[in-house]
Design a protein around this ligand. Structure first.
Ligand code: SF4
Length: 129
């Protein structure tokens, strides 16, 4: 048996996932059908929203200097939950990326990341001063 907490809504139901005699997955503890869907996805195709920071560069391609008030890194996040097994590979890609200032929140910097339907977008606007 495996225990999970459903994170689909603030109720946070404690789920128990088990298999019955026929080998079928059985979920208990859920207050609604979404809990069962969450448990199935968590068991067979777990996903997480990924947040990271990418190195920022100025319009001329240089990094902001130590005296600059501009951030040296810009936060990004996946636009929806991303397959958990691919997260290490995604972090490697994001680690190698730079984001050009200024930035606008919501701008996609990595469309269809690693062949998925999930984009990575900037999560903070930064203006040049
Ligand atoms: S099972 Fe339903 S009520 Fe419970 S946390 Fe999940 S979505 Fe919310």
């Amino acid at each position: 048996m495996r225990e999970l907490i459903c994170i689909t809504c603030p109720m946070g139901c404690h789920l128990a996932v088990d298999t019955d005699e026929a080998g079928e997955m059985r979920v208990t503890g859920n207050r609604c059908v979404r809990g069962e869907q969450y448990a199935r996805e968590e068991m067979f195709n777990p996903k997480r929203v990924v947040t990271f920071t990418c190195a920022a560069v100025l319009p001329d391609g240089r990094a902001p200097g130590p005296d600059s008030s501009l951030p040296r890194r810009v936060p990004v996040r996946t636009t929806s939950a991303f397959p958990k097994e691919k997260i290490p590979e995604l972090l490697e890609v994001l680690r190698s990326m730079t984001v050009r200032l200024p930035t606008v929140r919501g701008t996609v910097v990595l469309p269809k990341a690693l062949g998925t339907e999930v984009d990575v977008a900037i999560s903070r606007s930064v203006a040049l001063k």
